[in-house]
Design a protein around this ligand. Structure first.
Ligand code: SAM
Length: 327
């Protein structure tokens, strides 16, 4: 429980800062990545996650960077799945760009993963390449097929980008709902230096929602998935549509999550710089005493919230990229 009475039941774990894509709003093309020796090992990641589960975390999301490019990552899913079997954990899930799903979908399902988030901002192969710089849409769609064939429930995440995919949001919606997948739209957040100007990319979802509302009947839903999205049911398609609006609507009051980086820094808030180091305590002792204390102390420092502002001078609100703490 944090100082504002919020139960912290959701841990997101970025298992690598590396990615096989270079999405224009996320990274610069020429990124400097962490040396491998700074990373927590898979065993250390498992230990930290398990201590969080012991403290009442009910949901773990593995993210990145691109989590499925980390070597032997299925070992971590396999070991964490024991908490699903004991009932200590409600959900083990992953956010991925889908590039490796064809390879891993069956194994993920076998580890007890039921739902996954796949990030796809456009269905136009050329535009997909322009947005991701290095991505191949056909490979991602093949991965999606594999995920659905393995019985995984898929939610599509799309960042709404001014003049890039804003004319495609209706078709993304029809496509996702037509395949039985929810769609969540995300506003661009000012995290980390990129090559372009965020002010040029920012598209307020209030505008997107108003446009969709002219064509579809959007019925507000009370569903909370433990994430920051607000959902509507689209009456014509029967599917769910989520809006993540950190810029136009602050979602901090119901925040139930903290984020661990691949080097063991715990971020208590996506929009603030304060961190707690969990790598030193996990490496100091074989017992979890220090780690226990570090986690309790960190949660006691969780801030009330954040205000992102997209600055005309193109300064990011926080210096780190989304790939460090994951989506
Ligand atoms: N590689 C995985 C993926 O593509 O889903 C997981 C990590 S990625 C950082 C998680 C999500 O954050 C993706 O949906 C991505 O589009 C989104 N994202 C990255 N940078 C962002 C930014 N500056 N603002 C909003 N969303 C961002």
């Amino acid at each position: 429980m944090d100082p504002f009475g919020r139960a912290i039941t959701y841990l997101r774990v970025s298992v690598t800062d590396r990615c096989d894509f270079r999405c224009v709003y996320c990274m610069s093309e020429d990124m400097a990545f962490l040396p491998k020796r700074d990373l927590l090992t898979l065993e250390e990641l498992d230990r930290i996650c398990s201590v969080f589960v012991g403290h009442g975390v009910r949901k773990l999301r593995i993210t990145g960077g691109e989590p499925l490019v980390r070597r032997n990552i299925m070992k971590l899913f396999g070991s964490l799945s024991r908490h699903l079997e004991t009932g200590a954990l409600d959900e083990l899930t992953v956010t991925t760009n889908g590039s490796q799903l064809a390879r891993y979908a069956t194994e993920l399902a076998a580890c007890g993963v039921k739902r996954i988030n796949v990030s796809i901002d456009t269905l136009d192969p050329d535009k997909f390449r322009r947005i991701t710089r290095w991505g191949d849409l056909a490979k991602v769609l093949h991965g999606l097929d594999a995920a659905q064939a393995a019985g995984l429930q898929v939610k599509i995440n799309a960042v709404a980008l001014k003049a890039v995919n804003e004319d495609e949001i209706e078709s993304l919606l029809a496509w996702a709902h037509g395949r039985g997948m929810d769609l969540t739209l995300i506003e661009v957040m000012p995290l980390g230096e990129i090559d372009g100007q965020r002010i040029d990319q920012f598209l307020p979802l209030s505008l997107v929602r108003a446009r969709l509302g002219a064509r579809y009947t959007l019925e507000d839903l009370e569903d909370r998935t433990g994430g920051p999205a607000r959902y509507v049911r689209v009456r014509e398609t029967g599917g769910r549509l989520g809006f993540i609006t950190p810029m136009t609507h602050n979602f901090c009051e119901s925040c139930n999550r903290v984020r661990l980086t691949c080097t063991g820094q715990l971020f208590m808030c996506l929009g603030q710089e304060d961190t707690a180091d969990l790598r030193a305590p996990v490496r100091a002792l074989e017992s979890n005493d220090l780690l226990d204390r570090a986690i309790v102390d960190a949660i006691a420092r969780k801030p009330k919230g954040h205000d992102f502002i997209i600055d005309r001078r193109n300064r990011p609100a926080v210096g780190r990229h989304m790939s460090m703490t994951g989506g």
